[in-house]
Every structure is written in structure tokens, then in C-alpha cells.
Write a protein that binds this ligand. Structure first.
Ligand SMILES: *Cc1c(COP(=O)(O)O)cnc(C)c1O
Length: 367
């Protein structure tokens, strides 16, 4: 059997190559390379898809998180609660705004922010909580919102891995003040290039975000505040408009594969993320844990299956944050995940035959 990769972007891009190239041609003819009509068109479709009033396209997801902080006036001396189990960029958004990320452990079953541990991390300096819909699974939005209300905090959703995931039937990205997205090529909705975005229902934030990404300017060459060049490119915008049409189908195919993994992988050495009743995820990643991850990955590789680790070091133990003085043992669930997680192949173009093979090989593992 040919090698099965953890993620393979080729199949998807072969399917839509002609449509994407036609879209690129339209951008080229208009020379609308930075911001402009192709980004606006995507923004219009994307906020409809999410069910939010406004969308703002930016250059990547990390920047989207930084901009959310700026729009909420979060900066020096402020603290923001961030899950210890997430991709590091969630915390970058806070650090780039010169505020301090305060990490909280994840739940041992859902692997999402442990809501029962948030209150102990709140101080008078806390301004916001960034909830991450990690691996494409919604976190417990209502529970986090209740805490935000009680302590007068903002909620920002990091939906970088969760475009189209639903919480209690509603598409995520409409629950917080703002939601941040990454359209990095490997995400469920990925541009042909680097891109990111935000959605909000608040017109004030929307206007501010539009100005911040464009040098702090509403009227050209008049700058009302120190701004940034955080615009999305036209080619990226055009590619996203094409791909958004397919997103529901691609997400549904991922769900189908995930349901098969959940049902048919019966090896007791393999543990999976629990699936609360509010959660209808889109399986950006399919992460499992096992006691000896290196032996498990070797078994997979020996049988033509590539796996990956998301993420091998939790945020609080990254060297970049050593000045915050966290130590091993602070967040045991996140640390356990980091040292035991393995991501199985997950993308919409996996064939049934490939999925069969993955399941069979995993069920044969006895390391
Ligand atoms: C990918 C990702 C980001 C950052 O997005 P980029 O577009 O890569 O900058 C932020 N948060 C999470 C959870 C991500 O997975």
C-alpha cells in the first residue's frame, strides 16, 4: 500500500485546480493583489457562513489574535487566560499585544480548557479568556461565558481549527466578542497562501479592525492611530471564496472518517477525546493518546502510515515562556497529552480503503 500521510493537500487541490486558476486570473486582470474586491467578496461569504454580522480578512491567524487584543484595548499590565493545551499562536496574540498569557490546564477527557480551573487563574488584571476550539472540537462555550459574565471578562474564540464546527447546533465563532480564524493551507479552510480572519457581531470592533489592519487609516494617508499592515492578499481571498463552497462537504467527509475511527478502533491501548453532547466538531486533527507513543508511531510507519504529534510541548513549558516561571507538574493533563498524543491521518480525500487500512493496523497494535 502507498504511504498514507497524516495530512495531504494534493488531492483537494487537484479537484479544484481549474476553478482556483480561473479565480487567480480574475485577480490578475484586475491587479487587485492586496485587500480589495476579492477579499471583500470572501468576507461577505464567510460571515454568512459563520452566521456573524461582520468578517475581516487579515494576513494570518496569529495576527487575527493580536488584532482581537488591540480592538479590546488589551495591553501592558493585562492578563489573558489561555489554555496550556493549544497551538502556541493562541498565546502569541496576547504576547504581541504586550499583555501576559495566564495558562490553564485542559480537562483530562475533553482535552479542552478545564472550566473548573479557570477561576483560580483570574486576578484583578485579567481582561479576557481565549477559548480554543482545539482540533476542531468546540470547548464548553456556555460554561466559559458564565464565568466571563461573572467576572466581567471578554471571551475571544480561537476558531483557527474549527471553521464550521457547531456548539449545540450553532456554528462556532458567534459566541465571543470576536472569533479568530487561520486560513493557513493545512487548516480545514485553507488559502492558497497565508491568510487569517476575524468575525464579530459588533460594528465598533469591525470598523476598528478594518482600520488597524490598514495602517490605522480610514481615509487614505490620514492615520488616526498607530496601525499595522495586516491585510489579506487578493489571491488568497479569491482562493478562499472558491474553497468555502466545498467546506461543508469536506467537513462532513472528515466527520464520516472520524466516526469510523471512533467506532471501529477498538484497541484498548488507544484512547480518544471524549465527545460531549454539545459538540459537533469538524476534526481538523484526529488525536489519540497511547502509553508508548514512539512504539505506536513506529508500528504505524512500519505499515505505511505517517502520524504526527500535536503538540509535543505544552505552551507553559515552551522556552519562549520560561520567564513566566511555569514548571513541569503545573498542568498535568496538558503535560500528559503532550507526551502521549499521536495524530492519525485526517483529511477529506482519504479513501475508504485507506481508512480501512488505518483502522486494521491500529487494531493490530499490541506494543
Ligand atoms: C493555526 C493556528 C493559529 C495561528 O494561525 P496562523 O495562520 O498559522 O498564524 C492560532 N491558533 C490555533 C489554535 C491554530 O491552530
Amino acid at each position: 500500500m502507498e504511504k498514507i500521510n497524516c495530512l495531504d493537500l494534493k488531492g483537494q487541490h487537484e479537484q479544484i485546480k481549474k476553478e482556483i486558476f480561473d479565480a487567480f486570473e480574475r485577480v490578475y486582470e484586475k491587479t487587485a493583489f492586496s485587500g480589495g474586491p476579492f477579499v471583500e467578496e470572501f468576507e461577505k461569504h464567510f460571515c454568512n457562513y459563520i452566521g456573524a454580522n461582520y468578517a475581516v480578512g487579515v494576513s494570518n491567524g496569529t495576527i487575527a489574535l493580536h488584532m482581537a487584543m488591540l480592538a479590546l484595548n488589551i495591553g501592558v499590565g493585562d492578563e489573558v487566560i489561555v489554555p496550556a493545551n493549544t497551538f502556541i499562536a493562541t498565546a502569541w496574540g496576547v504576547s504581541h499585544a504586550n499583555a501576559t498569557p495566564v495558562f490553564v490546564d485542559c480537562d483530562k477527557d475533553t482535552w479542552q480548557l478545564d472550566v473548573s480551573k479557570i477561576e483560580a487563574a483570574i486576578t484583578p488584571k485579567t481582561k479576557a479568556i481565549i477559548g480554543v476550539h482545539l482540533y476542531g472540537q468546540p470547548f464548553d462555550v456556555d460554561a466559559v461565558l458564565a464565568l466571563c459574565k461573572k467576572h466581567n471578562l471578554y471571551l475571544i474564540e480561537d476558531a483557527a481549527q474549527a471553521q464550521g464546527a457547531r456548539y449545540n447546533g450553532k456554528t462556532v465563532g458567534v459566541f465571543g466578542e470576536m472569533a479568530c480564524y487561520s486560513f493557513y493551507p493545512g487548516k480545514n479552510l485553507g488559502a492558497c497562501g497565508e491568510a487569517g480572519g476575524l468575525t464579530t457581531n459588533n460594528e465598533k470592533y469591525f470598523k476598528h479592525l478594518q482600520s488597524l489592519r490598514n495602517h490605522g487609516s480610514v481615509v487614505r494617508y490620514y492615520h488616526d492611530e498607530i496601525g499595522y499592515n495586516y491585510r489579506m492578499g487578493g489571491l488568497e481571498g479569491a482562493s478562499l471564496t472558491v474553497k468555502l463552497k466545498y467546506l461543508e462537504n469536506w467537513n462532513n467527509r472528515r466527520r464520516e472518517i472520524a466516526f469510523r475511527y471512533q467506532k471501529e478502533i477498538v484497541n484498548p491501548k488507544i484512547k480518544m477525546q471524549s465527545k460531549p453532547s454539545y459538540s459537533d466538531g469538524i476534526y481538523h486533527l484526529f488525536v489519540v493518546t497511547t502509553e508508548n507513543k514512539d512504539a505506536f508511531v513506529k508500528h504505524l510507519v512500519d505499515n505505511s502510515i505517517n502520524a504526527a504529534y500535536h503538540y509535543p510541548v505544552p505552551c507553559h513549558l515552551q522556552k519562549a515562556y520560561q520567564h513566566l516561571k511555569y514548571k513541569l507538574g503545573d498542568f498535568p493533563n496538558s503535560e500528559y497529552l503532550a507526551s502521549h498524543c499521536v495524530s492519525l491521518p485526517m483529511y477529506a480525500e482519504l479513501t475508504d480503503e485507506q481508512v480501512n487500512h488505518v483502522i486494521t493496523i491500529i487494531n493490530q497494535y499490541n506494543g
